[in-house]
Design a protein around this ligand. Structure first.
Ligand SMILES: Cc1cc2nc3c(=O)[nH]c(=O)nc-3n(C[C@H](O)[C@H](O)[C@H](O)COP(=O)(O)OP(=O)(O)OC[C@H]3O[C@@H](n4cnc5c(N)ncnc54)[C@H](O)[C@@H]3O)c2cc1C
Length: 384
């Protein structure tokens, strides 16, 4: 299947990231989870390997790779540890993409080389206590005052927030008393008036850093705006569809990691004097797991490939994210079932994959929102 979407460079990236994940991430994954420890050294190593600027053009210090390469790297990282994978994926997509798409040349030259090398991490603040799926309901306000904006409000559940050097965020823009739309801004995280909250205690992704953010009379220059609010918030959100490919890839990797452990266990574990994979009910579970992972991979790589061809991917990215995340949930649950009681304790790691899978059905657009997008797109496709 790889030959459908892969060129030689993709095979090299897959092998390089797989070796790195096997040698350096796998041995640490359990302790990072148990200690809820941010994987700083691994992030620095990913910077050296060129993984922190994968889709940034080479002229800005990035690796200048495509979405197929990006998805491949995320799958390999998530196969070892979803927390490490989301740290890298959120930095590349949420943290860097808005700047890449909407930044002017000055903004790109100031920030992209540092992001691409991994010298600083990027974060993106869209979600608020009362604006999640309904991201347009944002209450954060940026009020124009001469050549500055004064920002008040806050964001929740922001990945990488406590470790980031740069933050992009959205706010309603008020100019001369008029609300002129929602815009995105980019600021260094040491900007006075920006406060980073305490780390969230989560079910999974425990080594990933997730926090609240508060803006308290935060004064920022007009030059911090990314693009223009008049261009439309909807256009801005649409460009984040690439994030769905990265969560789809994270889902494939999470499912793959749990499946491989279950497959191995089914050969090693015996009951009634035979290895458990010889029971048809276990063999069929493994068959269903392998099939749904293969289907997820195809959906994710197809969406990534279409994106690389410059095609619209609203429907395809939503389908990939929806199917792959629900696959990750099912496969990780079955991996525990195949391990029996040992799956429920921490010694075999599959319970970590299960805990890490749930968020995939929620973050960057819930399953319900993906179905909403897909249903709208398929109706649009009908020629009446
Ligand atoms: C670990 C973690 C990391 C995250 N990282 C980031 C980040 O880096 N940046 C960021 O901005 N956000 C981030 N998020 C936020 C995440 O994207 C939101 O939680 C998600 O979009 C859902 O929003 P919500 O939690 O407000 O749920 P709600 O929107 O309140 O949804 C609640 C329920 O209602 C359903 N629902 C809502 N609207 C509809 C509708 N129109 N039709 C059908 N069902 C609907 C939802 O599907 C869901 O089941 C993160 C969240 C978590 C938990």
């Amino acid at each position: 299947m790889d030959s459908l979407f892969f060129k030689e460079e993709h095979i090299m990236i897959r092998d390089m990231v797989r070796n790195f994940a096997d040698d350096q991430i796998m041995p640490l994954a359990r302790s990072l989870d148990e200690e809820e420890k941010f994987p700083l050294e691994l992030v620095q190593e990913m910077g050296r390997l060129g993984l922190m600027g994968m889709i940034v053009p080479q002229e800005y210090g990035g690796s200048g790779l495509d979405m197929v390469a990006f998805a491949t790297a995320i799958i390999e990282l998530a196969r070892a540890d979803a927390s490490v994978a989301i740290t890298m994926a959120a930095h590349n997509s949420l943290g860097t993409l808005p700047l890449l798409l909407f930044g002017n040349d000055d903004q790109k030259r100031s920030y992209l080389p540092k992001l691409a090398s991994g010298e600083i991490l990027g974060a993106f603040g869209l979600t608020e206590p009362e604006a999640g799926s309904d991201a347009g309901a944002t209450k954060t306000r940026a009020i124009k005052s001469n050549n500055d904006y004064v920002v008040n409000g806050g964001k929740i559940f922001i990945t990488n927030a406590g470790k980031a050097g740069l933050l992009s965020f959205t706010a309603q823009v008020i100019d001369s008393g008029n609300n002129i739309g929602i815009a995105a801004f980019i600021i260094p995280t040491d900007t006075p008036g920006l406060e980073i909250g305490k780390k969230e205690k989560k079910m999974g992704w425990k080594a990933s850093d997730t926090r609240q953010i508060y803006f308290k009379d935060m004064k920022i220059p007009s030059s911090a705006m990314l693009g223009q609010p008049e261009n439309g918030f909807k256009t801005f959100l649409k460009t984040l569809t690439s994030g769905r490919i990265s969560i789809g890839a994270l889902s494939v990797g999470t499912a793959l990691g749990a499946y491989e452990k279950a497959l191995r266990y089914s050969v090693e574990r015996s009951a009634f004097n035979k290895p458990i994979h010889e029971f048809q009910s276990i063999g069929f579970k493994l068959a269903d797991m392998a099939t749904s992972i293969q289907a997820s991979k195809l959906l994710v790589y197809h969406a990534a490939w279409l994106k690389d061809q410059g095609k619209g991917i609203n429907k395809e990215a939503a389908m990939a994210k929806l199917f792959a995340s629900e696959t990750a949930m099912n496969v990780t649950s079955e991996a525990i079932q195949i391990h029996g009681g040992y799956g429920y304790v921490k010694d075999y790691d599959v319970e970590r994959y299960f805990r890490d899978a749930k968020i995939l059905e929620i973050g960057e657009g819930t399953s319900e929102i993906q179905r909403l997008i897909i249903s709208r797109e398929i109706i649009k496709d009908i020629k009446l």
